[in-house]
Design a protein around this ligand. Structure first.
Ligand SMILES: *Cc1c(COP(=O)(O)O)cnc(C)c1O
Length: 341
């Protein structure tokens, strides 16, 4: 297979159309077989449930070329399970786990020419998603749905080196208690656009959302979970029912314990204790971990001891171990790596 002639190292995080995508339709209570297609356009009713009432959910994952030239993906079973819980919350049909994994693997394999080579720093981003496709005007769940998977090559996240982020505590809330903060749905992102733009206007990189009930506890950013490292080297990650269960975060917690021998606390993290941490990072599929150098709380600035020039030492070890597992240079725990081709 000949790779596409792309400048892998120069790619950003944007959409590049690839050759194939997977499409399956749900109608009369059942999913069809699903198929790969070259058609990148979606044609639906002007009154489709997704367009009127945002009945849509998605996943995000990656495919990598390992050092020995295999194409692999990371823990797709967890993405499948998370999509099932998202579907249930929005009264959408479940796309079965085995079919999800198969659709993801088929799509990656069909676009193998777009999977960036080992060592380029680039990866193939995989986007499974599902939406209500038939016309719905009175408020109720759709009867017909479309499940799709497309892929797009994305560049190295830290182009030109690692630059720690400045985060600001948002006055907006991300997710209500007992709301939809724990599912991966477009609606959670639509409402984050305004706070995100406001935060950028003030010169910050990301918002830190607090728990809406008391506004004293750390939740997450618009699209990544928080990790903190204490001065005595413990990993701390916020526990809340309204944050999205990041697969990267759950994997890093395991890596911290099983590979690095760190103690891990999953617990409520109070804004008042932010000044006591040694390191802070954001974790998600896109960057694995982005270090945070500074947290701004209204007129108060908290500078993390790890500074604005590099990742803190523990964050760096976590980052290197997990990316090593994903790229095949460090032995993975049983069942984490799925070989696509
Ligand atoms: C997708 C997402 C994450 C990161 O999850 P990963 O599975 O690690 O990619 C974190 N927070 C939110 C709100 C998300 O949508």
């Amino acid at each position: 297979m000949e790779k596409k002639d792309l400048e892998w190292g120069k790619l950003g995080f944007g959409y590049i159309e690839t050759d194939y995508r997977f499409v399956s339709n749900y109608k009369d209570g059942a999913w069809d077989e699903g198929t790969l297609t070259k058609d990148s356009q979606v044609v639906i009713s002007e009154c489709a449930a997704v367009l009127q009432y945002a009945q849509t959910i998605f996943e995000g994952m990656k495919a990598y070329t390992t050092k020995d030239g295999r194409i692999v993906t990371f823990r797709p079973d967890l993405n499948a399970e998370r999509m099932i819980s998202s579907a249930k919350r929005l009264e959408m049909p479940v796309y079965p786990k085995e079919k999800f994994i198969d659709a993801v693997c088929q799509t990656i394999k069909a676009n193998a020419a777009y999977v960036p080579p080992y060592g380029s720093g680039a990866t193939l981003y995989v986007r499974p998603y599902m939406f209500g496709s038939n016309a719905v005007i009175g408020v109720k769940p759709a009867d017909e749905y479309q499940f799709r998977v497309f892929v797009t090559p994305v560049g190295p996240y830290f182009k030109g080196g690692i630059k720690p982020l400045t985060i600001c505590v948002s006055d907006f809330d991300r997710a209500a208690p007992h709301g939809t903060g724990n599912i991966k749905a477009g609606l959670n992102y639509a409402m984050s656009m305004h706070p995100y733009i406001e935060c950028h206007k003030k010169g910050y990189d990301e918002n830190m959302y607090l728990d809406p009930a008391t506004r004293t506890k750390v939740e997450e950013t618009g699209g990544a979970n928080f990790l903190f490292v204490t001065k005595d080297g413990k990993l701390v990650t916020p526990k809340s029912d309204s944050i999205l269960p990041s697969i990267t975060r759950r994997s890093l917690v395991y890596v911290a314990q099983a590979y690095l021998g760190l103690e891990v606390e999953e617990r409520e993290v109070f804004v008042d204790e932010l000044g006591e941490f040694a390191e802070c990072g954001l974790c998600g599929t896109a960057a694995v971990i982005s270090p945070v150098g500074k947290i701004v709380l209204h007129d108060k600035e908290i500078a993390l001891p790890s500074g604005m020039n590099e990742m803190g030492p523990t964050t760096k070890k976590l980052y290197e171990t997990l990316t090593g597992i994903q790229m095949g240079t460090i032995k993975a725990p049983e069942g984490w790596i799925y070989e696509v081709c």
